[in-house]
Design a binder for this molecule. Structure first.
Ligand code: ADP
Ligand code: MG
Length: 399
C-alpha cells in the first residue's frame, strides 16, 4: 500500500501575515567564514519566495556540521545569512541563539516579508535528541511549519520530527516535495526495465538499499569497490582490492533474492588494477577474478563499461548511486565517466544520488543531463530502502 499523500504548500492554507517556521538544509561548506558552495541555499529559494509572495514572515532554521550541542563560533550561520541576503535581495536577520531570548524577542516583532535566520540548531543538545522541550520553544517562534530539508528527513531530530506535530498548519516545501515525488516513483511502479547502478566503497553502507532495490529493479549493476565483495564471495581472486569478508553472507543472500525474482545482478568483467591508489602507480586492465596478488582494482574496465552501457540503453528507469572507481584520480575515472554518459544518454527517467556521485557529475559537467539529482545522501538511500522517514511521515495527510 502506498503511503498517504504529502501535505505540500498547496495544502498549507493562508499564511498572510503569519510567521512560518521553515526548516531548511543550509549545511554548506564554510571556509574562513565564507560559504564555499551555495547550491543548498539557492535550492531553498523557490519555497522561500513562494511563502514571501503569499505574505508570510519567515523564521528559518538549519543545522551546520556537528557541534554536538555546544556553541562553536566557526559553525555559526551568519555567513549563510549574508549569502542568503544577496540571493533573496532582502534583509536577513541572523539571530545569535536558536530559541533563546534573542530569538523570542526578534520573532515576536516580525511582519510579512521579514526573514529571520535562527542560529545553528545543533548548538542545542535537544535538537538531535528530538527533545519535546526544545520543540515547544521552537514552536513558540512561529504560527505555521514548513520542512524543506530533505537531507535531514531521515533523522528523528526536534526540528524535523517533534516540532512538526506542534502545528496544525504544516507542510513540505517544494524541494522536499520534489524529492518525495521522484523517489516514490522509483518505489512504486517504476517503468520497466528498471536498472539500478550501485558503486562506491562499502557494501555495508548500502545493504539496505541493495535489498530494497532487488525487490523492485530488473537489473542491478554493481561497480566501485563494492563489486569486489560480490566477486570474492563467489570465489574470485581480487588481489588486494577492498573486500568485506563479514558481508559475504549478505551478498549471497542478495544473489538468491535476485535470482528468485528473475532480476539480474551484473558484476564487472574487467578492472583497472594498480599496486596502490596513486596517479603514478603502473596500472593494467585485467579480468576481475584474476587481479594479480599485490594489486587492487580501482576502476571498472572498458569491457565492463560497454556491458553496463548495453543494459542501460534498454532501461526505462535508472537509479545511479556511487562512483564506479576512484574517480577523484584521473587514471581511475573512466569507468565513472562512461557510466555517467550511458545513464545520461539513455531514453529513461534518470535519477542520480549520493554526495560523491553528484560531485562526479558536477566535474563531468553533466548536471543538466539527468531528470533528478537527489541531494539527500543518507535520506535518499533510506527512502529507496522503503523505510519510513520521520521527517516525511510527520507531513503526510493522515498524520
Ligand atoms: P556516494 O557518496 O555517491 O554515495 P560513496 O561514498 O559510497 O558514494 O563512495 C564514493 C567513494 O568510493 C569515492 O571516494 C571513490 O574513490 C570510492 N571508490 C570507488 N571505487 C573504488 C575502488 N575500486 N577502490 C577504492 N575506492 C573506491
Ligand atoms: Mg560518499
Amino acid at each position: 500500500m502506498s503511503p498517504a499523500p504529502l501535505r505540500t504548500l498547496d495544502d498549507l492554507g493562508d499564511v498572510e501575515g503569519k510567521r512560518v517556521f521553515v526548516r531548511v538544509d543550509y549545511n554548506v561548506p564554510l571556509e574562513r567564514g565564507e560559504v564555499q558552495d551555495d547550491l543548498r541555499i539557492r535550492a531553498s529559494l523557490p519555497t522561500l519566495t513562494e511563502l514571501l509572495d503569499r505574505g508570510a514572515a519567515l523564521v528559518l532554521a538549519s543545522h551546520l556540521g556537528r557541534p554536538q550541542g555546544e556553541v562553536r563560533d566557526d559553525l555559526r550561520l551568519a555567513p549563510v545569512a549574508d549569502r542568503l541576503e544577496e540571493l533573496l535581495e532582502r534583509d536577513v536577520a541572523a539571530v545569535s541563539d536558536v530559541a533563546g531570548e534573542e530569538a523570542v524577542a526578534v520573532c515576536s516583532h516580525i511582519d510579512a516579508g521579514d526573514v529571520v535566520l535562527l542560529e545553528n540548531l545543533r548548538f542545542e543538545p535537544g535538537e538531535t535528541a528530538d527533545d519535546p522541550e526544545l520543540a515547544d520553544r521552537l514552536a513558540g517562534l512561529a504560527d505555521a511549519y514548513v520542512n524543506d530539508a530533505f537531507g535531514a528527513a531521515h533523522r528523528a531530530h526536534a526540528s524535523v520530527h517533534a516540532l512538526a506535530s506542534r502545528f496544525e498548519q504544516r507542510a513540505a516545501g517544494r524541494l522536499l516535495q520534489r524529492e518525495v515525488e521522484v523517489l516514490s516513483r522509483l518505489l512504486e511502479g517504476p517503468d520497466a526495465p528498471y536498472v539500478a547502478v550501485l558503486g562506491g566503497v562499502k557494501v555495508s553502507d548500502k545493504l539496505g538499499v541493495i535489498s530494497g532495490l532487488l525487490e523492485r529493479c530488473d537489473a542491478l549493476l554493481v561497480g566501485g569497490a563494492m563489486a569486489f565483495t560480490f566477486i570474492a564471495a563467489g570465489g574470485g581472486d581480487v588481489g588486494r582490492s577492498l573486500v568485506e569478508e563479514d558481508r559475504f553472507d549478505d551478498v549471497r543472500e542478495a544473489q538468491r533474492t535476485a535470482s528468485a525474482r528473475g532480476a539480474l545482478i551484473q558484476l564487472p568483467e574487467d578492472v583497472v588494477a594498480a599496486p596502490e591508489m596513486s596517479v603514478e602507480a603502473p596500472r593494467q586492465t585485467v579480468p576481475v577474478n584474476a587481479i594479480p596478488s599485490g594489486q587492487m582494482g580501482l576502476d571498472i574496465g572498458p569491457r565492463t563499461v560497454e556491458e553496463f552501457a548495453r543494459t542501460l540503453a534498454d532501461a526505462k528507469t535508472i537509479l545511479w548511486n556511487g562512483p564506479m572507481g576512484v574517480f577523484e584520480l584521473e587514471p581511475f575515472s573512466s569507468g565513472t565517466r562512461g557510466v555517467a554518459m550511458a545513464v545520461a544518454g539513455a531514453n529513461a527517467f534518470t535519477v542520480v544520488g549520493g554526495g560523491d556521485s553528484l560531485l562526479a557529475v558536477k566535474r563531468l559537467g553533466l548536471e543538466g543531463s539527468f531528470d533528478h539529482l537527489s541531494t539527500g545522501g543518507g535520506a535518499s538511500l533510506e527512502f529507496l530502502e522503503g523505510k519510513v522517514l520521520p521527517g516525511i511521515a510527520a507531513l503526510r495527510k493522515e498524520v
